[in-house]
Design a protein around this ligand. Structure first.
Ligand code: SF4
Length: 495
């Protein structure tokens, strides 16, 4: 059957979602025809990279060597979507949604149902998994998939193709009518070694190109594991663990042999020159696993790569394997420089000294390390934000980036924020602004701190009064940042 997968991305030139590339592969393997509708092409053009560059978060990089795909007017999205469904004789539409992309995904399903009510719409991804009741109650939604969709979606397409009943497919909630919803149980987790190689055919080649440390790479987005070993209070993983208690081991990985086989196939097919592993924490893998992976990777792949790793799992031995394997950048979250916030609000119990030590280990290996942070957290004061700035100045990462805290649904921290009256509307999930009503900082103050954070971590203290003005005055900041960036010293300030 013909199926359309929608990526309701709201950011221009978004990262290719791994989930859709795997779903494309499994559906094609089962002889279904897959089309992809990428909403990224309809988002208003912003030069996100230049904005981050002006915040001091990124180094300027050359343009991609190929032209971007033509952009479309947002006003035409509904008509284009409906035409695509008609032109390709689509029978089923699948929409993947995070909490941030769900509003646009929902708009898409409403457009479709309005013009083509006979087309079935299924939602999958993190948001329907976490908030199934909210999504299934929508009139324009026929089904949702809870958790992994590879087997469920193939079974659904096969059943629709053969006109067979589909009401008992595990992981799916299926709406028979307004009053009857079949809430099927979950199946065990998929053995990751049974997954096929990702299929990128629904995406434009331009989307592979990513800037990193002043260069542009044709980068493969991939992962070799699913889940996480930690339970941070601001992250959805803790709730997901509860949802999937009966499904098997939550943190799973591919065998090194299969991981390498997939990477080899993809790098040969698409001629990538770098890889970004999106695994939640690459150093959460056992050292013996990384050793084997490193040996095979060096021999069979040999491309530079980027990973996320955790301050709580980094060890000298693991970093040595990553270095030998060819890791060029490792991103490690600090999140907050205030121990009380880290331990009690974020559930990340690690001391400042240990964080500094972990950064030292990575830097000593020669791998470039970048630091991720969050501000605007419940109970966080301005002084605590400056603790985060101070810790970033101490670890001296190549880049220190920051996002405004987002209260994701069903996370422990969002529930606490609600209990304390700091959250009274559905957040818009925007990395620059937060919808939290903090008693300690205004939304504007948090926005100003997000704007200036990176420069606060890099510039000598004598520039702090100018940065304070940049916090309050966005126009002044825009004019002043290019000059300030030239003042970042070669040897970063540690005071
Ligand atoms: S380590 Fe990262 S992915 Fe894991 S629970 Fe914490 S925030 Fe989530």
């Amino acid at each position: 059957m013909n199926i359309l997968l929608i990526y309701p991305n709201t950011q221009e030139h978004g990262d290719i979602p791994i989930s859709l590339t795997i779903l494309t592969a499994v559906l094609k393997k089962a002889h279904h025809i897959v089309h992809v509708f990428d909403c990224s092409l309809y988002t208003p053009e912003t030069d996100l990279h230049s904005i981050k560059e002006s915040f001091g978060m990124f180094k300027a990089a050359p343009q991609a060597p190929i032209s971007p795909p033509p952009r479309h007017n947002l006003d035409n999205l509904a008509a284009d979507l409906v035409n695509m469904i008609k032109d390709n004789n689509i029978h089923l539409v699948g929409i993947t949604a995070t909490s941030g992309t769900y509003p646009l995904g929902l708009q898409c399903s409403r457009y479709i149902k309005n013009k083509l009510p006979e087309i079935k719409v299924i939602f999958g991804g993190i948001h329907p998994t976490i908030c199934p009741e909210e999504v299934i109650k929508e009139k324009s939604v026929d089904m949702i998939c809870i958790g992994e969709g590879e087997d469920a979606l193939v079974e659904l397409c096969n059943a629709q193709d053969k006109n067979e009943p589909n009401q008992n497919i595990q992981n799916l909630w299926i709406k028979e009518n307004e009053n009857t919803i079949h809430r099927n149980p979950l199946r065990p987790f998929k053995d990751l070694d049974t997954l096929p190689t990702q299929d990128f055919s629904g995406f434009h080649e331009y989307d592979f190109y990513r800037p990193l440390d002043g260069k542009i790479y044709k980068m493969l987005n991939t992962e070799i594991s699913r889940g996480c070993v930690f339970l941070c209070h601001y992250c959805s993983n803790a709730h997901l663990r509860e949802v999937f208690t009966e499904c098997g081991t939550y943190h799973r990985r591919k065998s090194p042999e299969l991981a390498i086989k997939h990477l080899k196939t993809l790098t040969e097919k698409y001629d990538f020159d770098a890889i970004r592993f999106w695994d939640e924490d690459f150093t959460a893998f056992p050292a013996s696993y990384l050793k084997k992976l490193s040996e095979l990777y060096k021999k069979e792949i040999g491309l530079p790569f980027v990973v996320y790793a955790g301050t709580r799992t980094v060890t000298e031995e693991k970093i040595q394997y990553l270095k030998e394997m060819g890791c060029i950048t490792l991103a490690m979250a600090i999140e907050s420089g205030n121990y009380w916030i880290r331990k009690y609000i974020l559930n990340r119990d690690i001391t400042d000294e240990d964080i500094i030590q972990k950064y030292k280990i990575v830097k000593k290996s020669g791998i470039r390390v970048s630091a991720y942070n969050m501000i605007g957290l419940p109970f966080e004061t301005r002084k605590m934000v400056f603790d985060t700035i101070a810790l970033n100045r101490k670890v001296q990462a190549s880049t220190s980036s920051v996002a405004a805290y987002q209260p994701y649904p069903k996370t422990r921290l969002a529930n606490i924020a609600m209990e304390f009256g700091m959250l009274n509307k559905t957040p818009a999930y925007n990395s620059v602004r937060t919808d939290l009503n903090s008693p300690h900082m205004t939304t504007e103050e948090i926005e100003g701190l997000v704007r200036t954070f990176s420069l606060y971590t890099k510039l000598p203290r004598k520039f702090f009064p100018i940065l304070e003005k940049c916090e309050r005055d966005a126009e002044f900041a825009k004019k002043t940042f290019p000059k300030l960036i030239t003042q970042i010293p070669e040897k970063l300030c540690q005071d």
